[in-house]
Design a protein around this ligand. Structure first.
Ligand code: 5AD
Ligand code: SF4
Length: 465
């Protein structure tokens, strides 16, 4: 499995891997050993397509050497490019989209019997969502941490974004099913859960609407706050994260649920995209810079010690120097703990991609991008430095890559810590460390004490015969 793109995609890859294992396959330790290669693609930004086609080019020789090798392309780019993938790369056996991940094993078998298949469904069928969890048991990359998809699709129409076109309208997964899934994960020893959705704040609105339409007397409202409370209350779940909320939809009830539910970590990913009201309106984001900052302040006032991260796009069509200056100002005022910064890339079919006559000169964009990084990196460094001297709760994910004597882990604010420990600590260990130093990418510290050892069982892959 090779994954491009976001956490949603990584989790889809886990589900595909889980399905293939359940169908009798085993994970290969290298590309050379693999009989089946699945590339799970992303189309949110340009680089991902270029990377995929380059990678497919490399696989051509491999397929020529081993005609039994099966190559499948899944994910958003497959959803968008469809037949184009096989036109560009005849050696691809299976192309499937984001709405038929559950067909992965069947499609590979069908292609083996009858030749190449492109199967792209137009939309997720609600009934398929119901069978999403149990029948699609994921093969998780980590034993103590798990992702849970709470909704698929997006009902917004941000002018730059391809997601609504490839992932379809928003569909929430059943509330009780999600809580049961969290309980099941906790029984397996999972202690950390990340809830995934394109617009998590509106989770459940569609479920309530359906009940209302069926004649029940319910108020149509999002249920994300309730979900945070319920997942956070599951015995054994120590940390709950989520991504991504939409600033226009973040409400006080979610902040209250965060602060009142111990397991929910003090971390908020809050995508700004631009600090210019003019650009925000063109993007159809539904908030102004002032409103965004008000919400950041409200969140920080409600949740002590909250870390706030963001996404920002530089060079949206028509972005002027003044617009960009506003982005710098808002970025500085928001004092972000972390930021993912992107150069705008036109996604065919989106509204912004048609504003061709307003595309910003790439040299100018490059320069703005560098200036934005200066502002962002300054606030990251400041936020990191402010942690020095504090004792932080850390979940360990293993020895540091640079120095196996040093352990690495994350704080509740999702900050990476490398810390000295007099004993090796297994992934999933809960410990405290005192922070002694800081840089751009990480904090440094010393182990104080081990609070809890991991309890997860090593999972044996389920193989059907
Ligand atoms: N160009 C650049 N960045 C984009 N993103 C989404 N679409 C585009 C695009 N066309 C960024 C947004 C979003 C993140 C996941 O990717 O900032 O929040
Ligand atoms: Fe894309 Fe906007 Fe939906 Fe996020 S909220 S997935 S940026 S359309």
């Amino acid at each position: 499995m090779r994954t491009y793109g976001c956490q949603m995609n990584e989790h889809d890859s886990e589900r595909i891997a889980g399905l293939l294992e359940a169908d009798g396959m085993e994970a290969a330790s290298s590309m050379d050993e693999a009989d089946v290669i699945v590339l799970n693609t992303c189309c949110i930004r340009e680089n991902a397509d270029n990377k995929l086609y380059a990678h497919l080019g490399d696989l051509k020789a491999r397929k020529a050497d081993n005609p039994d090798l099966q190559i499948a392309v899944a994910g958003c780019l497959a959803q968008k490019d469809r037949d184009l993938i096989r036109e560009k790369a005849r050696h691809v056996d299976v192309v499937f989209g984001t709405h038929n991940v559950h067909r992965a094993a069947d499609l590979l078998a069908e292609a083996r019997a009858r030749g190449p298949i492109v199967e792209i469904l137009e939309e997720t069928v609600r009934e398929d969502m119901e069978s999403f969890p149990t029948s699609l048991q994921a093969r998780r990359e980590s034993d103590y941490a798990a992702w849970m998809t709470i909704q698929v699709g997006c009902d917004n129409n941000c002018a730059f974004c391809i997601v609504p076109a490839v992932r379809g309208p928003e569909i929430s997964r059943n509330f009780d099913t999600l809580v049961a899934e969290a309980e099941d994960l906790a029984r397996q020893g999972v202690t950390e859960i990340t809830l995934l959705g394109q617009n998590v704040n509106s989770y459940g609105r569609d479920l309530q609407l359906a009940r209302r339409q069926a004649g029940e007397d319910v108020r149509v409202r999002p249920m994300f706050a309730d979900l945070l409370r319920s997942v956070g209350a599951v015995d054994g779940i120590r940390r709950v994260w989520y991504t991504s909320p939409h600033p226009k939809d973040l409400r006080e009830d979610v902040l209250a649920a965060m602060v009142e539910t111990n397991a929910v970590c003090e971390q908020l990913h809050f995508p700004l995209q631009s600090g210019s009201d003019r650009v925000l309106a063109l993007m159809h984001r539904g908030y102004t810079a002032e409103r965004f900052l008000e919400k950041v302040h409200m969140a920080r006032a409600t949740i002590p010690d909250l870390a706030v991260s963001t996404d920002i796009i530089v060079g949206f069509p028509g972005e002027t120097e003044d617009d960009f200056a506003a982005t710098l100002e808002v970025a500085a005022a928001a004092e972000f703990d972390n930021a993912f910064t992107f150069v705008y890339s036109p996604r065919p079919g989106t509204e912004a991609a048609q504003m061709v006559d307003q595309f910003v000169d790439p040299e100018l964009v490059k320069d703005r991008f560098a200036r934005l990084r200066v502002v962002i990196e300054r606030s990251i460094r400041q936020k990191h430095a402010a942690r020095v001297g504090r004792t932080e709760e850390i979940v360990v994910f293993g020895p540091s890559k640079r120095d196996p004597e040093v352990m690495s882990g994350r704080t509740r604010q999702h900050k990476l810590v490398h810390f000295a420990s007099d004993q090796p600590l297994k992934p999933g260990t809960l410990a405290t460390a005192v922070i002694t130093g800081s840089g751009m990418q990480y904090l440094k510290g010393d182990l104080v004490e081990v609070l809890a050892r991991p309890t997860h069982k090593k999972r044996i892959p389920v193989v059907s015969v």
